[in-house]
Design a protein around this ligand. Structure first.
Ligand code: HEC
Ligand code: HEC
Length: 242
């Protein structure tokens, strides 16, 4: 169907605006918050990629000596200690190469953002001077209002509650332009997107919702949750793994 071009209406609105008859509707507070939460999610993922700060070289002082699998800048990312599911030792990082024994941040959902801001700058974290106040505020918004209860959507066996058939249409229209229909792009991907999603559905859901740090990838947070879950189900269940 061809969209009808509402020229008559546009002219009427322009005239009304010129005479001050109507005000331009400001963006709603909740829509504005979604973009800040998504940005907070990217900072939680890898704050130094988002802010352009120098990559930390040493291993973070709160990284436990018991974990020798990771070192250097990876140990400075919020997600490395608290998890993609924000459940820390009680979630997906209970085992594997990011096992640290550190707790999650689920208790802060619905809580006071000022407490998260304070934690970022406390003696355990020591990130007060490295992360700007506006960035701390966005991270705190993500933790207190934007974190997902991922266990409602992703099983411990990595199964995903979503409709892969619908997800195919969403993936092919929203993602394939950058990632190719088979998930093989861009060329520097460590493995095809289908394999990334199947091995770490929590990380993939986080990135679908919030975007990829320092890349033009969209964040789907403002769309209904089903869209993200259907895409994730399609990636995990149907997309090529090699
Ligand atoms: C190197 C590991 C590490 C990194 C990176 C890290 N944290 Fe933590 N965080 C901890 C430890 C250890 C605690 C102490 C409590 C515990 O073990 O859960 C903690 C506690 C917290 C708390 C208080 C939890 C509570 O309820 O008492 C918040 C909030 C928090 N971190 C937020 C963040 C944010 C936001 C980031 C990223 C900017 C971050 N952390 C990065 C290790 C880390
Ligand atoms: C405007 C281009 C663009 C669009 C559209 C886009 N992405 Fe991305 N995405 C990127 C780039 C660039 C990267 C970083 C690639 C890298 O690290 O090599 C990335 C990274 C990712 C990653 C992390 C890969 C890794 O390295 O672990 C996932 C998962 C992902 N995208 C999923 C999606 C999904 C699902 C969609 C559709 C909802 C989507 N992307 C849409 C550009 C895009």
């Amino acid at each position: 169907m061809r969209p009808t071009f509402p020229l008559g209406r546009a002219v009427a609105v322009a005239i009304a605006l010129a005479f001050g008859a109507i005000a331009i509707t400001p963006i709603s507070a909740s829509a504005e918050e979604d973009s800040r939460i998504a940005r907070g999610g990217q900072l939680y993922d890898k704050w130094f990629a988002v802010t352009g700060a120098e990559k930390p070289k040493d291993t973070h002082k709160a990284w436990p000596a018991s974990n020798t699998k990771k070192k250097g800048n990876a140990t400075w990312r919020c997600k490395s200690c608290h998890g993609w599911d924000l459940r820390g030792k009680d979630g997906a990082y209970a085992s594997g190469s990011y096992k640290t024994g550190i707790g999650g941040l689920r208790a802060h959902l619905g809580g006071d953002p000022a407490k998260v801001v304070a934690a970022i700058g406390d003696a355990t974290h020591g990130l007060g001077d490295l992360i700007a106040d506006a960035d701390k505020a966005d991270i705190a918004l993500f933790v207190t209002k934007g974190q997902l209860k991922m266990e409602s959507y992703i099983g411990a066996d990595k199964s995903v509650k979503g409709d892969a058939m619908k997800g195919a249409a969403y993936y092919n229209t929203l993602c394939a332009g950058c990632h190719a229909v088979d998930g093989s792009m861009p060329k520097d991907l460590p493995k095809p997107l289908g394999a990334i999603a199947a091995s770490n559905p929590w990380e993939t859901l986080h990135k679908i919702q919030n975007g990829q740090p320092a890349e033009a990838m969209p964040a789907l947070r403002a769309l209904p949750m089903d869209v993200s879950l259907d895409i994730l189900a399609y990636m995990v269940q149907k997309m090529p793994k090699k």
